[in-house]
Design a protein around this ligand. Structure first.
Ligand code: ATP
Length: 212
């Protein structure tokens, strides 16, 4: 049995306590190494407000003084869109048969059929779906058909196979989004307890959002 490697991708514009808490709990529930992986040019959404370097600096500040979560910046080094399938294939080549896991929030999972080569994701990794408040549980039919036979409830199943399963992870619901954090900052407010405290050490860190 090998400890799975899980990746948690996103724009992290900025990283908030919702991201950190669900990633932390997933790492505990799955006994997995979890890497936060910022995307450079997200294929599905407008460009981030903070630059790649600024988002990495925020993630580094957020991940201090803990040992479960780490940072993987490989997608920022690539030119063009950050396709998750390419990242997973690269990790597969590096990690051999080690179980790989893609962690995604329930909102992002429902949109999976719009992702590049989405069905192939299941060939390369397991998918861990993180519950998120306010997200309708209904999935598009094509996704439900693909996921139905893959669902497992026991995390041990993910340790025994390299890829192909889907697990729902009932993490503590935290209704925090980067959109809300950006709105508050743009209004001149101070979302002190929605963000990791390391982001407040230097006022320049959140300046891009205040001036947006
Ligand atoms: P935005 O509001 O800008 O869309 P976001 O808060 O959803 O941002 P992203 O960086 O887009 O954050 O999300 C990265 C991943 O984290 C996605 O899979 C998303 O579903 C998940 N996620 C973000 N916030 C939460 C949360 N509070 N609970 C569960 N999952 C979350």
């Amino acid at each position: 049995m090998t400890r799975p490697l899980a990746i948690f991708g996103g724009t992290f514009d900025p990283v908030h306590l919702g991201h950190l808490s669900v990633a932390w709990e997933a790492s505990e529930l799955l006994d997995a190494e979890v890497r936060l992986m910022p995307a450079s040019v997200p294929p599905h959404r407008p460009a981030p407000i903070a630059s790649a370097a600024q988002r990495v600096a925020m993630l580094r500040a957020a991940l201090q003084k803990q040992s479960r979560l780490s940072l993987d910046t490989r997608e920022l080094a690539r030119t063009g869109p950050s396709y998750t399938i390419d990242t997973l294939l690269e990790l597969r080549a590096e990690q051999g048969d080690r179980p790989l896991l893609l962690l995604i929030g329930a909102d992002a999972f429902a949109g999976l059929p719009s992702w590049h080569r989405w069905r192939e994701l299941f060939d390369v990794a397991h998918i861990g779906v993180l519950s998120r408040p306010g997200v309708d549980a209904a999935l598009p039919e094509v996704l439900e058909q693909e996921a139905a036979s893959r669902r497992v409830v026991d995390p041990a199943m993910l340790h025994a196979l390299p890829a192909g399963k889907v697990i729902e992870l009932a993490v503590t619901p935290l209704e925090i989004s980067a959109t809300r954090v950006r709105e508050l900052l743009a209004e001149g407010r101070d979302p002190r307890y929605l963000l990791p405290c390391g982001l407040f050490d230097d006022p320049a860190v959140l300046a891009p959002y205040r001036n947006a």
